[in-house]
Design a protein around this ligand. Structure first.
Ligand code: FE
Length: 152
């Protein structure tokens, strides 16, 4: 594991060695790189068929690369399927849904906090690089796993 005290160096992390950490009902993330210093993170997101990530707003841009399955945003008119690259500008508000019977896996590079919104558009929860790291740490502690991946 790299820490903030260690100099940055080239790193190769077999993703198979990292755990799927539950983040919501039917939604898991695999932490590849979490940078609390820049507030950005790179993770694989896995979602069960018919899963949903509640409506949220991105403070920074997001880039996605769909590896398996397909999904769409209720607010947009396109569907992202395996092989698709997705760009979401800062400020985008959307609700991610998996409509088919197949799970999806997508690599997301998230360049800033995510504000989860209620029906009235009020912020109910904020996800950050730090909160992702905290969730990952708790998962590792609860399952006797070593904190792995690139934490810088
Ligand atoms: Fe999003």
């Amino acid at each position: 594991m790299n820490t903030t005290d260690a100099p940055l160096r080239d790193t190769m992390i077999p993703s198979a060695d990292l755990p799927w950490v539950p983040q919501a009902e039917g939604v898991w993330f695999k932490p590849l790189r979490i940078s609390t210093s820049t507030g950005s993170w790179v993770n694989l997101i896995r979602m069960a068929p018919h899963g949903r990530v509640n409506r949220h707003r991105h403070i920074g841009a997001v880039e996605g690369w769909v590896l398996a399955g397909s999904w769409r945003y209720l607010e947009h008119d396109w569907t992202a399927a395996a092989g698709a690259y997705v760009f979401e500008p800062a400020g985008d508000v959307h609700t991610l849904v998996v409509e088919g019977d197949e799970e999806m896996i997508t690599l997301f590079h998230v360049h800033g906090p995510i504000e989860y919104l209620d029906e009235a558009g009020e912020i109910v929860r904020v996800e950050t690089a730090q909160s992702k790291l905290d969730l990952y740490r708790e998962h590792c502690a609860a399952h006797g796993l070593e904190l792995d991946g690139l934490i810088v």
